[in-house]
Design a protein around this ligand. Sequence first.
Ligand code: NAD
Ligand code: ZN
Length: 360
Amino acid sequence: MTYKNYPMVSRVVFGRGSFNQLEDIIAPKRNGRNAPFIYYVDDVFKGNHWLTSRISLSYSDKIIYVPTDEEPKTSQIDQLVEEIILEYSELPSGIIGIGGGIVMDIAKAVSLMLTNPGESKDYQGWDLIKNPAIYHVGVPTISGTGAEVSRTTILTGPERKLGINSDFTPFDQVILDPELTKDVPKDQWFYTGMDCFVHCIESLNGTYLNAFSQSYGEKAYDLCKEIFLGDYLSAEDAQDKLMMASWHGGMSIAYSQVGVAHAMSYGLSYLLGIKHGIGNCIVFDHLEEFYPDGVAMFKEMKAKHQIELPKGVCSNLEEEEIDIMINVALSLEPLWENAIGKSWKKVITSEKLKTLYKKM
Ligand code: NAD
Ligand code: ZN
């Protein structure tokens, strides 16, 4: 048995207002005036926003606003890389992603593709990246995905939705400033927060579980319980704690794997473009059979925060469309093996998934 030698984020700052240190932190990484810092920023912060007005640009540094109504595509990454190469005579000094999972994944992917030849779709998979990325920094503005700590960047390509998983993917620097999350709309707070909760449930109930994953997963689970079911947290405490829950949830799946909800939610996302957080919620709501306690607690959280999930998203689909989702879900073998065990194929059949999808 060989154990994974797992890369982690090299540096991390935590604290309300720590975003103000960004400039000082990255300054020593500047490789001269022709090598800019490129900031990808969620376009929700466009305009004279209190967050973006704190970014100071020098020389040819640039802010690029990213729309986040759709999850990142490999073609989009290739386009962004090409724009940088055409515009600048030198490679950037660094790529900084400020936003949710979408923007952080874009920053990771662009920093990898600037130093690796070919198209990003060629690198979807495990350990296909050969060259270290450009220096890259993640600044989450919403908590839950664990993208700030993970070894992957999830992209939808022409053939599949699959991450670029590599030792070079994790950020060199992360800035955890919970204050940046204070204006997240409530529904989105819940969906992305539940991504973290589902990470814990899938990791803690998986066959890949070990003490490493468990120690992070249990902490994240306790924090989620306190945040989503507790009554005594201030808004600030809740923001601080959810940011740390996201981190721990990400660390937990690093050394184990996600499970049924993620496998099926990838199907929804691939076919219908349903985003990760809400997709996980739609699926998880129907998974009592696999995660009875987790789903019961999820329903309690949903009721407490008066969240109404979309219903009937699969009810008007053709059989062939359902088959596409089933194939996407079934192709994620490690997720099923973690969730059910080595003989998962005996339990998880196309018929079984069809019945489940039809309930959603
Ligand atoms: P997101 O990036 O989709 O953003 C959700 C919404 O929240 C957007 O409308 C955005 O504008 C808004 N938003 C973000 N910060 C805000 C703020 N401070 N104030 C107001 N609005 C704000 O959300 P997400 O759930 O964090 O990310 C989902 C993406 O992450 C998916 O693409 C998914 O595939 C990816 N993901 C990646 C990993 C990984 O390990 N790389 C893990 C899980 C999910
Ligand atoms: Zn997730």
